[in-house]
Design a protein. Structure first.
Length: 278
C-alpha cells in the first residue's frame, strides 16, 4: 500500500479501467456516479481509457453508456482501438505456426475446445470473420455471432487471441495445467473469468504493453496513470500504473499486487477512488 500523503499530493493524468467486474456492475451497467466522475475528469483534461479482454466489437455496449469515445486497449493488450474513428491503430497477432504449437502442447495436459479472435480493420466487420470456433466448442457466454471452422481452418490464419475452453474445470485449474507447457517466449496465457476459459496472446502482450503504446501516443508517463482491475489479466496493468487499484471483488492474485483495494464493482468502487480528485 502507498503512503497516504503520496495519494493526497499526486493526481492522475490517465485513468484506465478494466471493464467486466470493474467498470461495469454485475448487471453490465455503468453507475451514474461513475459516469459523472469520468466526465468531470475529462473536463479537467485527464485522459480516460478502457483496458479489457473484450475485442473491439464488444466494447460498444459499454461506450453507449458514456458521453466519450476513448481509445481502448482490447483483447488483453493485443489491439489498440480508436472507438471514435472505428480504427484499429495497432494489433499484435499469433502466427498460424505458433497457434498450432500452443494447441498441440496444451493438449498433452488438457482436453480443451478452441476458438480465435481476429483483429479485422473495424469493430463492425462480419462477426463470423472476427470470432471463429471449432465444432463442439462450448461457449463461456451466449453467442450467435461466430463463424464455425474446422481446426485446420481455424489455425491457418493469424489471430490476436486464442481461447482454450474446458467447461468442466475452473480457470485456475486450467491455468495450472496449461501455463507450464506454453513457453513464455512463444505466447502469453492468462484468464479473466473464473469458469474454464484461458486466453492466449502473443509473447509480451498484455494490458500493460497495450497501455504503454497508448501512453506514448498520449504523451503520458506510466507514473501518471491510475488503473483499476479485478482479475489476473489485470496484474501487469496494475504493476505498470503509478497507482494500481484492485476491486473489492478482485481475484487474490490482483489484490496481492495492488497499491490499494477499493469496494466492489457493485458499490461503485472505481468512482469512490476517483472522487478524491474529481
Amino acid at each position: 500500500m502507498e503512503p497516504e500523503d503520496r495519494i493526497v499530493t499526486w493526481e492522475p493524468k490517465l485513468i484506465v479501467s478494466d471493464v467486466d467486474g470493474t467498470f461495469l456492475d454485475s448487471r453490465e451497467r455503468v453507475s451514474p456516479e461513475l459516469r459523472e466522475v469520468v466526465e468531470r475528469a475529462g473536463a479537467q483534461g485527464v485522459f480516460f481509457a478502457l483496458a479489457t479482454g473484450r475485442p473491439p466489437r464488444w466494447i460498444y455496449h459499454v461506450l453507449d453508456q458514456l458521453s466519450i469515445c476513448p481509445i481502448c486497449v482490447c483483447a488483453n493488450g493485443a489491439v489498440l482501438y480508436d472507438s471514435e474513428s472505428d480504427r484499429v491503430l495497432r494489433a499484435h497477432t499469433l502466427s498460424p505456426e505458433i497457434l498450432r504449437t500452443v494447441v498441440s502442447a496444451v493438449r498433452e495436459n488438457l482436453d480443451c475446445g478452441i476458438a480465435v479472435e481476429r483483429s479485422g480493420a473495424s469493430a463492425f466487420d462480419h462477426p463470423g470473420e472476427l470470432f471463429a470456433v471449432t465444432p463442439g466448442y462450448v461457449h463461456a457466454w451466449e453467442s450467435d455471432e461466430h463463424g464455425m471452422e474446422t481446426e485446420d481452418e481455424l489455425l491457418s490464419r493469424p489471430a490476436m487471441k486464442l481461447l482454450l475452453r474446458n467447461d468442466a474445470l475452473s480457470a485456475n485449474e486450467m491455468y495450472a495445467l496449461a501455463a507450464p507447457v506454453i513457453p513464455k517466449d512463444l505466447a502469453h496465457v492468462t484468464f479473466s473469468i473464473d469458469h474454464g476459459l484461458l486466453e492466449v496472446s502473443a509473447p509480451g502482450v498484455n494490458k500493460a504493453s497495450g497501455l504503454q503504446d497508448l501512453a506514448e501516443l498520449l504523451g503520458v508517463e506510466p507514473s501518471d496513470a491510475i488503473a483499476f482491475g479485478d482479475m489476473p489479466n489485470d496484474v501487469e496493468m496494475l504493476q505498470w500504473a503509478g497507482h494500481g487499484v484492485a476491486m473489492g471483488n478482485a481475484h487474490e492474485a490482483l489484490k496481492h499486487v495492488a497499491d490499494e483495494i477499493t469496494t466492489s464493482n457493485n458499490d461503485a468502487g472505481v468512482a469512490k477512488v476517483l472522487k478524491r480528485w474529481f
